[in-house]
Design a binder for this molecule. Sequence first.
Ligand code: PMP
Length: 432
Amino acid sequence: MISDTQTLLERRAKLLGPNVSTFYEEPVHLVKGEGVWLWDAQGRRYLDCYNNVPHVGHCHARVVEAIAAQAATLNTHTRYLHEGILDYVEALTDTFAAPLDTAILTCTGSEANDIALRMAQAVTGEMGVIATDHTYHGNTMAVSQLSRTNPPPGGYWDHMAFVAAPDSYRPLGGDDGMAHAQAFANAVQEQIDALAARGHGLSCLIICPYFANEGFPTLEEGWLAPAIDAVRKAGGIVIADEVQPGFGRLGTHFWGHQKAVITPDVVTLGKPMANGHPVGGVVTSPEIMAAFRTSFRYFNTFGGNPVSAAAALATLRVVQEEGLMENAREVGEYARDGLRDLAGRHECIGDVRGSGLFFGAEMVLDRDSKAPATAFTKRVANEMRQEGVLLNFLGIHYNALKIRPPMPFSRENADQLLTTLGRVLSRVPLEP
Ligand code: PMP
């Protein structure tokens, strides 16, 4: 490890505290980004295949100019009148089907999910929350309760309940398709009953409609319908956390819930929303918004300020006007074909899945047992970093390579990713 890296790690630990996470065994010290490329302090170039934040490409000129122009004119808190937030919310809600046409802008996805939980509380008068057991919805006191991967000290609140995340490669109950969907719905119903037995009514089911943190299983259209029926019958609402799959990334639809063909009551947004400027949001119907704003006197100093609104609007316009969703569909399909070719040569690739520019491969020790190759997958991600291609891994067994590049990713970029991956897979021994 070069000394510059060591010095920065020591300064971080001293100034930011212990346990501040970084990617890779040898963390990358970045100094510059442009399009799909990143440069480190030594001038080495990396292909960014993972960063879900610079959605339209690192330092996209239109977003940079929008931020600079607005910052040079006016930035202030959100209790003055300004068109910026209104122009943005109009443009944003145009991408949703009715009745999802009102929004609150926040600074993070965590805040957005925290508000969504309170919206559910406001409209149902209940507190019970059901989430999947291998997800992440953020870091406020309430939403950190939804992370099974990182249990809160002191344990979970009594009104939080969990169901197993869907896994299309190893479906609950053994069967895939709608049998798997029914098994998931049964698990949701069991948790509704368990909450009731503990004295809690249901306020909501909160899910990522693409199950991004759980390893993005392949689920057919209508797969979520039985679970959603159970939630609505119990009086609860459905929150779709679109922090990862939104803004056209999936190639076929602008939003993950549109691809899953569901109509959530509340949608939460973040990460790619303003290409790196901290903007998150909550989109819902006028009725739910009114219930929330009546129950909670909510205001957010920075959320949707003139500079944030300008950054978010420029990002949205670039996605729409530069055909980036179409690019995601086309290049994503091409890259998945390439991954399937690699699977023909490398037994360790058990499953290739994903949509648009959000895809990956599940790595196994052998295809019959489907035993997860967790340590191997970690090693592959680290070797890819050493070869100048940044990707990561996650999933229920932490054995799914996760690839989520900036949306202008080209076929040529996909070729570099695939060639490098082929080389790394040939070199790294397949070990448990
Ligand atoms: N929801 C999901 C699905 C996320 O992946 C994240 C961040 N990784 C969040 C919410 C929280 O967003 P933020 O870090 O902006 O608070």
